[in-house]
Design a protein around this ligand. Structure first.
Ligand code: PHE
Length: 353
């Protein structure tokens, strides 16, 4: 019996040796320490042994059982440790690696340029005044001294809006420029003190729409930033100084600026402003179409009729206004050759800025 116990012990320990995983270990426990294990049968058989053999065999059987239990516990510990080591290795993190940056969006080129224009104007004392994109014919044209048969009103230039209203007192349009904001602003400020309206120095940014053939040079929608200054003794020199200063801040201190006489119904006199081509330095190149100059804005002294329509007495007030296109400026600054890039949502374009 004692020999049998030793054989059982040795056999069990040998079997344990080769075990490398939890499942096999459990099977081993059932086989060697479970209720039906040969060792347990030895315990059951104790009663059948001659009385004098019992203590010795019992003692030995207990010894083997303890030995196997210890070996089992030790094996269990080893397996757990090995598992832990493997897991740690597999899930190892290099905490010295730089983090992954979440992909960030960016501002649209139009917005970037719009903000640049507005921040320069803000430095010069202009506050932002926003107004509507859907306008009445009255605000978009009539109050700006654009007579009924002015070419700018022709169908090919203007999007007319079918408002679906029974009352068609108004002809609704998508604004073709930000100039109607001049009237809204003047009326707003004049209403604050009708007898003595306050001076105005504002920038009016916003989207404009024109019913045009879309080409590399013209889009059906684009931004404008309008400037409006109204007060006592505002002169053309103020207009000139303001715009020259603006151009230098926008295009560099060296930028040369030129004023050309022009015509707008809502300003008198009117001018168009060019900056010296910063691509060729005025020598002539394809960007400035070999003229040496780039046209960047329209401007003029606010027409007396327009002042009047805004609630400012043209006898007592004068003013100047200007309008510019951020997309156009952006195209000149970065030599973007096709205005259609702005609204085509092509990431290859947008990601460059
Ligand atoms: N509204 C004019 C345009 O869209 C620009 C302009 C604004 C001209 C203000 C003079 C004064 O072309």
């Amino acid at each position: 019996m004692l020999e049998k116990l030793s054989a059982l012990e040795q056999q069990a320990l040998e079997a344990l040796e080769g075990i490398t995983e939890e499942q096999a270990l459990e099977a081993w426990r059932v086989a060697h320490l479970g209720r039906n294990a040969p060792l347990m049968q030895v315990f059951s058989a104790l009663a059948t042994l001659p009385r004098e053999e019992r203590p010795l065999v019992g003692q030995r059987a207990n010894q083997v059982k303890t030995r196997l239990e210890q070996a089992f516990a030790e094996k269990q510990r080893q397996l757990k440790e090995a598992w832990l080591a493997r897991t740690l290795q597999a899930e190892r993190l290099d905490v010295t690696l730089p983090g992954r940056r979440p992909p960030l969006g960016r501002l649209h080129p139009s917005t970037q340029q719009l903000r640049r224009v507005l921040s320069i104007l803000a430095e010069m004392g202009f506050q932002v005044f926003t107004s509507r994109e859907v306008e009445t014919d009255e605000y978009n044209f009539q109050l700006l001294n654009i007579p009924p048969h002015h070419p700018a009103r022709e169908m090919q230039d203007t999007f007319y809006v079918d408002a679906g209203l029974k009352d068609d007192t108004y002809n609704w349009v998508l604004r073709t420029h930000t100039s109607p904001g001049q009237i809204h602003a003047m009326r707003y400020f004049a209403a604050l003190n009708p007898q003595d309206p306050p001076p105005i120095r504002i920038a009016l940014p916003g989207m404009c729409f024109r019913y045009e053939q879309i080409t590399a040079r013209s889009e059906i929608q684009f931004h404008q930033v309008e400037g409006l200054v109204v007060g006592h003794h505002v002169t053309f020199s103020d207009l000139k100084g303001t715009l020259v200063d603006f151009c230098r801040r926008m295009f560099g201190q060296e930028a040369r600026v030129r004023f050309r006489p022009s015509y707008f119904p809502f300003t008198e006199p009117s001018a168009e402003v060019d900056v010296e081509c910063f691509v060729c330095g005025g020598k002539g190149c394809s960007v400035c179409k070999y003229s040496g100059w780039l046209e960047i804005l329209g401007a003029g002294m606010v027409h007396p009729v327009v002042l009047q329509n805004g609630g400012y007495d043209p006898q007592r007030y004068t003013g100047f206004a200007f309008g510019m296109g951020p997309e156009r400026q952006f195209m000149l600054r970065y030599r973007v050759e096709d205005i259609r890039f702005f609204w085509s949502n092509d990431l290859r374009f947008l990601e460059q800025f």
